[in-house]
Ligand binder design. Structure first.
Ligand code: SF4
Length: 278
């Protein structure tokens, strides 16, 4: 089975087919990017951009989840009680996360969810935070959304643990007063972001893919009112690395009609990766 056929099979399997081929043999979007999904202006990264390893996010509002475009509320101050992760190696970082009490999410967790995959991966996928299944298993993206992400990775010629690493913005599960999953609050994102920043520094990925609104806004330091739809279709930069934004798989499970848009985003990511010489 050729590479192209294999991808087509996977795309069909996850409902992203048909896979259109350009005359030059390259991949084309399963559906065109809509006019109202035009790239946002190039937006300068704010304080969370790479070099800044101390928690900031002072002007960041509470971020809404799973790629939705809901309005969000005002930011709390940032407190980070842990030692700075900036100088930690991989093992030290894992240990620090496992014992972290830098924000209130530590109280309700069963497990911290550090990340999973190839620690030297060229592809880094970043989601929002652990849900119930992830909290129980200590691994990101398990359950239906994880299965969808795995199939997307396969369609891209990747797989969990092989040139791909998967992490979240926060390492502990955020829940509301009824025990249901919720988006992390601004102070929780700010407290946890230094861990992700250090993971990125240690992994040295060629490209980052932000899965959903929380990941995109956290990494790019954008106005929290920015909808995901305005972030798609362009290549952003994070710490001098390309970053492509797409919808979170959990959102995609609820909005099956947007799968073609996700494939468009991933085609952009793959062409960006190829142009980076990898
Ligand atoms: S979410 Fe992050 S900062 Fe908060 S307790 Fe967990 S590991 Fe620490």
């Amino acid at each position: 089975m050729s590479e192209m056929t294999r991808r087509s099979v996977f795309l069909d399997e996850i409902g992203l087919g048909p896979l259109w081929l350009r005359r030059d043999g390259g991949l084309a979007s399963a559906e065109p990017i809509e006019a109202d999904m035009a790239p946002a202006e190039a937006i300068p990264a704010a304080a969370l951009h790479g070099q800044q390893l101390e928690p900031v996010m002072q002007n960041r509002a509470e971020i809404s989840a799973w790629g939705g475009d809901e309005p969000i509320s005002a930011p709390p101050a940032v407190v980070h009680a842990a030692n700075s992760p900036a100088a930690m190696d991989w093992t030290q970082l894992q240990t620090a996360v496992a014992g972290c009490t830098a924000c209130g999410l530590c109280h309700g967790r069963k497990n911290t969810v550090f990340g999973v995959g190839d620690s030297k991966a060229k592809w880094l996928f970043i989601g929002e935070g652990p849900g119930r299944n992830e909290d129980i298993q200590g691994e990101p993206f398990v359950g239906p959304a994880g299965k969808l992400l795995d199939n997307i990775l396969l369609a891209m010629g990747l797989k969990r643990g092989d040139n791909a690493y998967i992490a979240n913005v926060v390492k502990c599960r955020p829940t509301d007063g009824t025990g249901r999953d919720r988006p992390p609050a601004a102070d929780e994102v700010a407290a946890c972001m230094p861990y992700l920043q250090r993971q990125i520094e240690l992994i040295q990925p060629t490209i980052l893919v932000a899965l959903g609104k929380t990941a995109a806004l956290s990494l790019l330091g954008l106005d929290p009112a920015t909808p995901v739809s305005k972030l798609r279709g362009t290549v952003h930069r994070y710490a001098d690395r390309p970053l492509v934004v797409t919808y979170h798989p959990a959102y995609l499970l609820r909005q099956l009609g947007d799968k073609g848009k996700v494939w468009s985003d991933l085609c952009l990511a793959m062409s960006t990766y190829a142009n980076a010489g990898e």
